[in-house]
Ligand binder design. Structure first.
Ligand code: ZN
Length: 144
């Protein structure tokens, strides 16, 4: 089991019109954050998420055009193909307070977004293809 402590926390906002996935990826690569935790809130002008179909092992995209609240973004940073890689999920709220969400894909455009990134102290986790799930999962870091 790997143990971590928080090395530093970055807090800031992402620009209007920027892409949530691509912007977070650029920040962790620029800051060389190899292992970390991401949290955010705000609003989108267009959201693009995915549902992972466990039978076909494919990400099926779902689009949410128009303004939505970002009730939560939760994610992590680890290493994939030798580079910092973000894995983020999002909860979205519509005008009636209904909640939707999924695995964040590139194409989610921001109206506003306030972000916390915790860089952790400890061994980075490395993603590798895993045949049973079809996902890129952590090579180490099993808790049981
Ligand atoms: Zn995911």
């Amino acid at each position: 089991m790997n143990e971590y402590s928080v090395k530093r926390t970055i807090l800031g906002q992402l620009p209007y019109g920027s892409d949530l996935h691509d912007e977070l990826t650029a920040i962790v690569r620029r800051e060389n954050i190899r292992i970390g935790r991401i949290q955010a809130l705000g609003a989108t002008t267009h959201a693009r998420v995915a549902y992972y179909d466990q039978n076909t092992k494919t990400y099926n995209p779902i689009e949410f055009p128009g303004g939505m609240e970002i009730l939560n973004v939760h994610g992590n940073v680890s290493m994939r193909d030798g580079q910092p890689f973000v894995h983020i999920h999002i909860l979205l709220g519509d005008a009636e307070g209904k909640i939707f969400g999924g695995h964040v894909l590139p194409g989610t455009k921001l109206f506003a977004c306030e972000v916390f990134i915790d860089e952790l102290e400890g061994a980075p986790l490395e993603r590798q293809p895993e045949t049973r799930t079809g996902l890129h999962l952590w090579k180490t870091g099993h808790l049981s």
